[in-house]
Design a protein around this ligand. Structure first.
Ligand code: SIN
Length: 277
């Protein structure tokens, strides 16, 4: 779909996946980071079954699941929710503040606007590869503090303009915990190095203040999402996107006020991120 990341796969029916189909998707994910399969009819149970074929299903904390489906969350913005933030509307890697952040995310479009509501991904392998050798050497030993502040005690004030449709825990002190992850993460399958910082959850470098960290972190946040590292998906109902949070950032574009957008999201468990040796 784009040189840095993203591939369309045609001719798959993932409601009844064969082992060959799963292998094909795994290989494509290793090569492209994110894949798209159009016209999939998946109910929540089928989506969970499919997710389990890629790894242990992760029941994400801090977000209320779909009724009767504890492993599925609804990514929803209603048509009447206007001039407010949308879920996933800043570049991030899903729940990177967990000790073991999610591996894969599966996002299945149920109802999407005719125009708008696209999603972008950015390859953090491409972003890392594009850095100078000197910058790569500087970053290699660093770790950064990640926290789940949107769900913690420093999160959005009550009444702040955030969507009511994704029911997120607020004021949970467990989300304020500071988790240290490497700034450069080595992918457990491909062995490739990827940047692993994002402007939602990464606060500062280990041992430094927020102010001391800001210039270099801000450079990395900007660099990480240069257009040449990205791909962009125009959703249609039934589109399924599967991506690897270990080597990509993503962003939901909030440009569809007045229209409803609903997708179902599942995730697989990941592992504690490991830096370069
Ligand atoms: C997410 O960040 O998981 C949601 C992305 C989207 O809604 O496009």
């Amino acid at each position: 779909m784009a040189p840095a990341c993203g591939a369309d796969i045609d001719g798959l029916d993932l409601s009844e996946p064969t082992p060959d189909a799963i292998d094909l998707v795994r290989t494509a994910l290793a090569d492209h980071g994110v894949i798209f399969v159009r016209d999939q009819r998946l109910d929540p149970m089928q989506q969970v079954r499919l997710t389990a074929m890629f790894g242990e299903v992760l029941r994400v904390p801090y977000i209320a699941p779909l009724d009767g489906h504890p492993d599925v969350i609804a990514v929803l913005k209603e048509a009447d929710e206007q001039r407010i933030s949308t879920f996933g509307g800043t570049w991030h890697s899903d729940f990177s503040f967990l000790d073991e952040p999610p591996g894969l995310t599966l996002l299945h479009a149920i109802e999407v606007p005719a125009t708008g509501g696209d999603t972008l991904w950015s390859s953090q392998v491409a972003a890392h590869d594009a850095l100078s050798d000197a910058m790569q050497r500087l970053l290699a030993p660093l770790r950064a503090v990640q926290t789940g502040w949107p769900h913690g005690t420093g999160g959005p004030a009550p009444g702040a303009a955030v969507s009511r449709s994704v029911v997120m825990t607020r004021n949970d002190p467990s989300a304020d915990r500071e988790v240290l992850h490497p700034v450069v993460r080595v992918h457990p399958i491909t062995g490739r190095a990827a940047l692993f910082v994002n402007p939602v959850y990464t606060q500062r470098f280990e041992g430094m203040t927020v102010e001391e960290s800001r210039p270099l972190l801000q450079f990395l946040f900007d660099h990480a999402v240069r257009p040449e590292f990205t791909c962009r998906l125009r959703w249609t109902p039934g589109t399924l996107a599967i991506w690897d949070n270990r080597c990509l950032l993503h962003l939901a574009i909030n440009d569809y006020d007045g229209r409803r957008r609903l997708l179902h999201r599942t995730t697989t468990a990941g592992e504690r991120p490991v830096g370069p040796t």
